[in-house]
Design a protein around this ligand. Sequence first.
Ligand SMILES: [Zn+2]
Length: 384
Amino acid sequence: MFEFQIQARDGRARVAQFHTPRGAVTTPMFMPVGTQGTVKGISPQELLDIGSQMILGNTYHLMLRPGEALVQAHGGLPGFTAYPGPFLTDSGGFQVMSLGHMRKITEEGVTFKSHIDGSAVQLTPERSVAVQEALGADIIMAFDECPPYPAERDYIQRSLERTERWLARCLKAKTRPEQALFAIVQGGVHQDLREQSLELTLPYDTPGFALGGLAVGEPKEEMYPAVAFTADRLPAHKPRYLMGVGHPEDLVAGIALGVDMFDCVYPTRTGRFGYALTDDGRLNLNASAPRQQLMPLDSECDCYACRQYTRAYLAHLVRAEEMLGPRMLSLHNLRYLHRLVERARVAIEAGEFHSWATGWAERYFKGQIPAWFQKTLSLNAHEA
Ligand SMILES: [Zn+2]
């Protein structure tokens, strides 16, 4: 259980099979986010059809509404949501810090006011694990403290030390062996603090590790050296999860540095705003040009929206505020990210990742590949 079998490597990038109680998944993979126990607008059957493997559930949202006991009464998230595959739940920590009102962080945990009914709620490492055990995901996350960007160096250091103490409490509270708990490495964009967090975290030897505290507003020029530094020092034979990251260029850059798992609300959120992801960049269906275009959203895509509809029809739905519009754009955007990681895997297996990624970026950035991306790709070739 939770074995991580590497099948191919190309520089730092790798393809692997990750075994979970609800089946094996192939990495690198992108995980759609089901914040409220649903990937907004997309049915479980549609998720399976587009190649989704693991779905993310949010502890913070589900504990406040409907409450973890109701989810548990359905046998956990798979029974509640009818998605039959593996799940991952976050610890709730990140949402508490970003959404909780009047939050107060102490050594014990975080106290905050519910954004739903204003009641006072406490989330501690023990409570986070108890909720995640009730939600019943295959992968659960350690309750950590994620400092915002920018933050005082002293605060980042204190919080990474606390994150380690909270990790120890999470592991002590954990009772279900069929769930894997991933530890989270913090330290912001400071290399020495990342090093310190790694030294504190690695001895726990959890079945996987997450790169936390990134993609919280820092420039990519600072984020990717921190990803490279951290990923290099994580055990090679365990999955590495870059939390909250899911723009196409971030998937390609993360994979180049040996990241295996990603999640983000971006594909469904940008779909609801009328945008479609393509190899030529983001297509805006709110603009006037697509209203006359009788071609698919993306002629290379095999999703239902691209097989059945023209851009003109989908732009009409968006303009008329018909719910099928955002639904189809969300479906396409998720399929685009799944196809992107599938193509990356094929390139890694063929030993052609660098040239594939360069070709993809030439087109995506319209010949203007940003320096941070080029630098990240060049690190791929220097095997860790
Ligand atoms: Zn499509």
